[in-house]
Write a protein that binds this ligand. Structure first.
Ligand code: CU
Length: 147
């Protein structure tokens, strides 16, 4: 009996510890949705359909790409990646840019955040100003906590 209580307590402690570890993300995570690409070729703005973006639902974002002077970048080609760096998994879907809505504004379809926590959205961009990449961070709140 005592042994069982001890084991239950130990299990609960371990579960709590691992949940805390899961929830911990790097301090000072840059959550800005407008960022310069790594080499400075592009200025990219992500727009979720709502703030915060929906959890567990497939939805679309828009992506705006401008050059150094702020002019929209037309006919860019993208590769989309990302996922949860602390869990070692990608998106449960295959998000991709499907079309250019207007010059420099693109539709990113197939976004789905399947769990709360820190997600990365990575874009590799090929355009008239060359190849460059940009990473964004977003944090999905747990539906069980008010925040
Ligand atoms: Cu995960």
């Amino acid at each position: 009996m005592l042994r069982n209580i001890f084991r239950t307590t130990l299990l609960l402690t371990l579960t709590t510890l691992s949940m805390a570890a899961c929830a911990t993300r790097p301090a000072n995570l840059d959550l800005s949705l407008t960022r310069e690409s790594t080499s400075g070729a592009y200025r990219v703005t992500l727009e979720p359909p709502q703030t915060p973006p929906p959890l567990n639902r497939i939805h679309s974002w828009t992506v705006k790409v401008a050059d150094r002077t702020g002019s929209p970048v037309h006919a860019a080609v993208f590769e989309v990646g990302g996922g949860m760096p602390q869990h070692g998994h990608g998106f449960p879907t295959h998000p991709r840019i499907t079309r250019e809505l207007e010059p420099g504004t693109y539709l990113l379809e197939g976004m789905k955040f399947s769990m709360p926590g820190w997600w990365e959205i990575k874009l590799a961009i090929q355009g008239p100003q060359g190849s460059d990449s940009v990473n964004f961070n977003t944090v999905m709140a747990s539906p069980h906590t008010a925040s």
